[in-house]
Design a protein around this ligand. Structure first.
Ligand code: C5P
Length: 321
């Protein structure tokens, strides 16, 4: 278990019921399946996806103080260049919770990142989820999990799943969630990229491809999750799951970033059961048979000059430390 690095767990409430500080952690995720429908009038694509939370946790400490401040603490992920102002999703989370509860928007945030940035693994979403939960405890506003999830959905499509964790099917924008049962652990090797990708750009590349080849492709099917995926998760059947990994954003992500295809091929010929571009990319997630084969694959990828992180799932959702 990798937690508690850098940030101390939250304290006891003072007499007013408010804490001096609180710490929450939230998991990153990968999409085991991601079916994308056609662009809708609201500017979003209807999705059907299967999420799995991974044991790479973002940690957010919220301290009492006036106004909203955010700083990143040094950790395994470089944070130079990240916005810490109003455009940061964690800052937006503080503002949204304040607006919803009537509590003044006072919180000083310190964030320890472990999820790759702009990698399609929901790191920014996890920051927002942990911020909601940490500030809710700090302020003593005690929202229900349902209310927190409703606020989370307003912040971004992947934020509700970061709160829920485990494994789940997401529909709508990916924010309408149904938890799914799983058995055992699934071992992953994540191949990171030095350069992030923009989620809207990957979706746009998919739209352009669909427009250009409309006559060949025909109508886009209604997005759905194959029942077989849920069977494989319930049965802890890693080999079956490996054959079912699918992502409609993978082809457009690879067109934007041809190095992803090479990385995928390399991992699959060097011990991965199967690999997939995570979400809108560019992280490539390799599923391995078990922990020793995942460790061996990680070593092979590293020796070939790739930057990798080991992870396993499913991991629990956002919780206070
Ligand atoms: O919801 P989120 O802020 O993560 O989405 C970022 C962008 O990704 C959206 O503005 C949209 O361009 C694109 N997107 C989409 N369909 C989705 C989710 C995201 O087109 N279901």
């Amino acid at each position: 278990m990798k937690h508690g690095v850098g940030l101390k767990p939250g304290g006891e409430p003072n007499r007013g019921g408010e804490l001096k500080h609180s710490v929450a952690r939230a998991p990153g995720k990968i999409n085991l399946t991601l079916a994308v429908g056609d662009l809708a009038a609201d500017g979003y694509h209807p999705l059907a996806t299967t999420f799995m939370a991974l044991d790479l946790y973002e940690e957010v400490e919220a301290r009492a103080g006036s106004g909203v401040l955010l700083e990143y603490v040094p950790g395994p992920v470089a944070t130079t260049g990240l916005e810490t102002g109003e455009s940061n999703l964690a800052v937006k989370a503080v503002r949204l919770l304040a607006e919803a509860t009537g509590h003044p928007a006072d919180a000083h945030l310190r964030i320890l990142k472990r999820v790759p940035i702009a990698g399609g693994m929901g790191g920014g979403s996890a920051d927002a989820a942990a911020t909601l939960v940490a500030c809710d405890a700090l302020w003593g506003t005690h929202l229900t999990r349902e209310d927190l999830c409703a606020l989370a959905a307003k912040l971004g499509s992947d934020v509700p799943f970061a709160i829920l964790g485990g494994a789940a099917v997401g529909t709508g924008r990916g924010d309408e969630l149904t938890s799914t049962l799983t058995e055992g652990r699934f071992e992953w090797v994540l191949r990171l990229s030095d350069e992030g990708m923009s989620t809207p750009a990957t979706y746009r590349a998919l739209d352009e491809h669909r427009e250009r080849f409309a006559t060949d492709l025909g109508a886009t099917p209604e997005p759905e999750v194959d029942e077989e995926v849920l069977h494989a998760l319930r049965g802890g059947d890693v080999r079956a799951l490996a054959d079912l990994l699918v992502n409609d954003l993978q082809a457009p992500a690879m067109r934007l970033r041809p190095d992803l295809a090479e990385a995928l091929e390399f991992g699959e010929t060097n011990g991965a059961l199967s690999g997939i571009v995570s979400g809108s990319g560019p992280t490539v997630a390799f599923l391995a048979e078990d922990a020793p084969s995942a460790d061996a694959l990680a070593a092979t990828l590293t020796a070939a000059g790739h930057r990798v992180v080991r992870a396993s799932g499913p991991a629990p959702g956002t919780r206070l430390l």
